[in-house]
Design a protein around this ligand. Structure first.
Ligand code: FES
Length: 242
């Protein structure tokens, strides 16, 4: 398997630099953090010191992997730093961004800047190709070998991306977006089942092996407050001309 290198310099943002490392390691990729400061200790923008695995001058760079990264709707935003890190590490990166219509496609320029190829899919065909995100992904899979997939977006989108990549036996990571209340692992609002075991997205995730996630249970729990959400939205409309 190819190695991936995540570069660190003083003033780095942990969300941008270390979250993608976590995602990639959970996907089974071999990720090495590299200090470009000439010392192992690197200090974040929040003054937190981390110790990089190696110094830049000690790294011997080798080959790279092909990865496909579908992002649906606002899922493109958390996907962006992952795309940037994987590209910076020398991988072939194919990004598939999707939305119901053109106005829901976001961060296209930023994604293009760090991708070898960008495929845009819209449900209504108002931009890019008409169709679902899975159709864009399968087009890539049928054309070339895909080593890994990282999917972030609505639960239903991740579920079907997961079904697709399971069919082709492509290791896949998803970032789950459950309801959260306390964010400490105590309230249970974000409970999901992964590999038959109970997990809490706020403390055990949010990234998990997609092929182990019980998406049907997750979506059922996500709709627990549906009637209250609809009522709240109706109350919101007259106040904000929605
Ligand atoms: S948000 Fe409460 S346990 Fe995760």
């Amino acid at each position: 398997m190819s190695k991936i290198y995540q570069f660190l310099a003083d003033g780095f943002e942990p969300v941008e630099a270390l979250a993608p490392v976590d995602v990639m390691r959970r996907a089974g990729l071999q990720v090495t953090t590299v200090s470009i400061m000439g010392r192992s200790n690197v200090v974040s923008a929040q003054n937190v010191t981390v110790v990089a695995d190696v110094l830049f001058e000690d790294v011997v760079f080798d080959d790279a992997s092909a990865l496909v990264l579908p992002g649906g709707g606002v899922g493109t935003a958390p996907m962006l730093p992952i795309i940037q890190a994987l590209k910076a590490a020398g991988n072939r990166v194919i990004s598939v961004i999707a939305g119901r219509s053109k106005d829901l496609i976001i961060l296209e320029d930023e994604v293009r800047a760090s991708s070898d190829e960008v495929i845009i899919m819209t449900d209504d065909g108002s931009y890019g190709d008409k169709g679902l995100v899975t159709e864009g992904i399968e087009r890539v899979i049928k054309r070339e070998k895909v080593d890994h997939c990282v999917a972030i977006g609505p639960a239903i989108m991740m579920k079907f991306v997961c079904k697709l990549t399971a069919k082709y036996e492509i290791p896949t990571v998803v970032s789950l977006n459950t309801i959260m209340v306390d964010g400490t692992g105590m309230c249970g609002a974000c409970r999901v089942t992964v590999g038959g075991k109970t997990k809490f997205v706020c403390v055990d995730g949010p990234e998990f092996d997609a092929h182990q996630v019980d998406f049907d249970e997750m979506m059922m729990r996500l709709s627990a407050y549906k009637s209250q959400e609809v009522e709240s939205f109706e109350n919101f409309k007259p106040m904000h001309n929605a």
